[in-house]
Design a protein around this ligand. Sequence first.
Ligand SMILES: *Cc1c(COP(=O)(O)O)cnc(C)c1O
Length: 380
Amino acid sequence: MANRRINLCLARMCGEEQKYIQEAFDTNWVAPLGPNVDAFEALLERYEGCGKHIAALSSGTAALHLGLVMMGVERGDEVICQSWTFAASANPVVYQGATPVFVDSEEDTWNISPQLLETAVRDRIRITGRKPKAIVAVHQYGMPARMDEIMEIAARYEIPVLEDAAEALGSRYDGQICGTFGDYGVLSFNGNKMITTSGGGALVCPTAEAKQRTLFYATQAREPVPYYQHEVIGYNYRLSNICAGIGRGQMSVLDEHVEHHRRLAKLYAGLLAGVDGISMHMNPSERFDSNYWLSTIIIDSAVTGTDSEHIRRHLESCNIESRRLWKPMHMQPVYKDAPRYVDGVSERLAPAGLCLPSGPCVSEEDVHRIVNEIVRCVKR
Ligand SMILES: *Cc1c(COP(=O)(O)O)cnc(C)c1O
């Protein structure tokens, strides 16, 4: 059908999910924890490798929050956070009563600039007399951040890194899988991410002890005594055995999904290569291996005579969903008073860009149809 709806990034089930959910029902193991949770965590640990220990949680946002808890972030602390990202990267800093300090992105990766990061660290130490408590780095749209330089700066100032890989399951930097660079890493299995558990997330932990402590916080922080004893504040953040069943099934198609996203990105790039004023966001060099969670373009309105919002509306009128890029956190009303170290990169790029349909439900024919409509806007 010529005018079939094309969505940005819908989940696709592989068929195995039902089997694991049925198992949970058959064994009356619907409640939190159980064999699906254990098996899903084991599959994730094998996938991420590097000897990491993974705690399955109710969302990526919960994982970010517990990551900060594990790093000891408290009221009055400052946490450096990549400004150009989805709000969930930053909000948990405020849950902890800490202050986010926003740092701008580099032009090529769209992720936290190592130069500005170091400037920010030094300046915060100068102004507050204390080191920032943590650094939140994000792999935006699946594109790896420049992790070697970020980790080098973090190590030099002895500040732990929380790596937000919610959009980057399957991405690699220098051959190493994203989510495994930081002291802690965050994965998301929300409905529109690389794989889904309907809703869910995970914290990639450095040791078995850190995972145990994370799970302690995720299950109301009950002390291991036969009565209900609480010595710290806990949360209800564990993934359910039903959701983990979906995740088990999804792990069998993860590689396929990553390949599909990459194939679509290459196709978009090829088809748009000859269109003046439109550029695809691609791996800056061989060291970067994005999963291309969402294929994104930047529109130069001086050259094309159109802009991201016009193209978005035109695509919508053709029953094609696209989406504007994240609006940087330092430009959000809710963060208007937060300290920031910005140099104009995200303010310039964010309004000029658009995310194009990229999920496993998007076909190569769909990509041709989408590019044709974009080209029509440019020529109009
Ligand atoms: C989706 C997302 C999150 C949050 O994950 P949820 O599972 O939706 O809570 C965090 N950070 C980034 C960059 C995301 O895209």
